[in-house]
Ligand binder design. Structure first.
Ligand code: PLP
Length: 225
């Protein structure tokens, strides 16, 4: 991470590593936490909330949890648990439900908007055009704090092939920040780009990632998803 940041004159401190612990037992999470890892990501909300409780019961101190997976609309309430950042708000309907339920609870959760930059049918997220079209409505929602954008790059053999995807996400956020500047839209900071996984996080950092989500390189291969 540090080497990739330095290659493009960025400070390694600007980049948060989310250790993706999905399917991994608490013992491995504890080991990582004891080694100093703070941020952990899970894609299934039930599993995330179980681990929140288990980690608290095991006395793991400062652990921050990230919800990185797609949220089904009937499960939005689960995403309003003790979660530092919701990475994958992928459609207006999910944002509307989250905002309504959060407002009822007096909460203002931090979210990222997921963008399907590559346009692959298998990927979730707003297309860049549909995101721009939805932003006026998204920014009307009372309870969400928009911290930036997230994407999943296609699985490619050579991480260089993911570079244009990461670059496009960064340019899209620059456009959005110009159109909806934080000075006028205090609920939006447009500060974070969550992009890059085990196979491509170095390229993502070179292209401006502020959050990378890495599972396999930390915990080894998963037996199931
Ligand atoms: C599993 C997962 C990751 C981590 O993938 P690795 O290739 O194991 O690093 C990152 N982001 C999301 C959304 C995931 O579901």
């Amino acid at each position: 991470m540090a080497a990739a940041a330095r290659r493009v004159q960025r400070s390694p401190d600007e980049i948060t590593l989310v250790a993706v612990s999905k399917t991994m037992p608490l013992a491995l999470i504890a080991e990582a936490a004891q080694a100093g890892q703070v941020d952990f990501g899970e894609n299934r909300l039930e599993e995330l909330l179980e681990k929140v409780d288990a980690a608290a019961a095991a006395g793991l101190g400062t652990v921050c949890w990230h919800a990185i997976g797609t949220i089904q609309s009937r499960k939005t309430r689960l995403a309003l648990g003790p979660i530092a950042l919701i990475h994958a708000v992928d459609r207006l309907k999910i944002a509307q439900r989250l905002s309504r339920q959060a407002a009822e609870m007096g909460r203002t959760p931090a979210v990222l908007l997921e963008v399907n930059v590559s346009g692959e049918a298998s990927k979730h997220g707003f297309s860049p055009a549909s995101l721009k079209a939805a932003l006026p409505e998204l920014l009307q929602l009372p309870a969400l704090r928009y911290c930036g954008l997230m994407t999943m790059a296609p699985f490619v053999a050579d991480p260089e092939e993911a570079r244009p995807i990461f670059r496009e996400l960064r340019c899209l956020m620059e456009d959005i920040r110009r159109a909806y500047p934080p000075a006028e839209y205090p609920q939006a900071t447009w500060a974070h780009l969550s992009m890059g996984m085990t196979a491509d996080f170095e390229v993502a950092i070179e292209e401006g990632a502020t959050i990378i989500r890495v599972g396999t390189a930390i915990f080894g291969h998963r037996e199931y998803e």
